[in-house]
Design a protein around this ligand. Structure first.
Ligand code: CTP
Ligand code: MG
Length: 227
């Protein structure tokens, strides 16, 4: 079945607090988004990427990779899920792989493991186990209880699902006014149980300023291990 990648890149990067959206910040000689897109294009199964950008985005057209014929651009929406739905409107059949623009350190081995696990109706996501002891707070700064971390995972991206079920789940969840921060949460709400695929811990999402230096380090390590 055909596989299309969707890259939501329409955020403003509020927590990053830079003067431009974080996906356009420089990282190891390119922009964050260029790293992310080329990590995906290096995989032979990914023949097409739909990127959702902001309406006023003046940076995307300046990227060399924007001229790659495998990449097309759509306008994003208010929330990440709106951006993903706008991109999904360009996809008819097969499976989609949704990957945050802000995760430039994706490894080929993680992509391979995810695609294998997602080859069934429930779909699959990359995830990593929680390391720290987890507490539930009372909302006023005091601990209510400790929560066993044995069953807790961090949801990462990419996340891979069949196109039709994902579109239906996302649009129904948005219509219900649910807060949807990843594709899996819409699928769970629709009754699916996506597989958790344990991925690498260095597949970080650039969120705060200190994450850029970390991503630069991880990318350098990746280049060194490939050569
Ligand atoms: N995203 C999007 N459309 C939105 C909001 C977010 O396409 N309306 C994208 C971002 O560009 C990012 C990914 O979703 O690649 C993950 O979101 P996040 O890390 O929260 O990015 P921002 O929303 O830009 O950052 P912040 O929440 O700090 O403002
Ligand atoms: Mg956000």
């Amino acid at each position: 079945t055909p596989l299309t990648a969707i890259v939501p890149a329409a955020g403003v990067g509020k927590r990053m607090a830079a003067d431009i959206p974080k996906q356009y910040l420089p990282l190891a000689g390119r922009t964050v988004l260029e790293h992310t897109l080329s990590r995906l294009l290096e995989h032979p199964a990914i023949t097409r990427i739909v990127v959702a950008t902001g309406e006023q985005d003046e940076w995307f057209p300046t990227l060399a990779i924007a001229r790659d014929t495998r990449i097309e651009r759509v306008i994003g929406g208010r929330e990440r899920a709106d951006s993903v739905l706008n991109a999904l409107a360009r996809v008819d059949t097969g499976r989609v792989l949704v990957h945050d623009a802000a995760r430039p350190c994706l490894h080929r081995c993680d992509l391979d493991a995810l695609l294998t696990a997602a080859d069934q109706p429930q779909g699959a996501i990359l995830a990593c186990r929680v390391r720290d002891t987890m507490k539930r707070g009372d909302g006023r700064g005091a601990i209510m209880e400790s929560v066993s971390r044995d069953e807790l995972w961090h949801a990462l991206t990419p996340q891979c699902f069949a196109t039709g079920p994902l579109r239906r789940a996302l649009s129904a969840a948005l219509r219900q006014g649910l807060a949807i921060t990843d594709e899996a949460s819409a699928m769970e709400w629709a009754g699916f149980h996506p597989r958790l695929v344990e991925g690498r811990g260095d597949n970080i999402k650039i969120t705060r300023p200190e994450d850029l230096a970390l991503a630069a380090f991880f990318l350098q390590q990746m280049i060194e291990s490939e050569t």
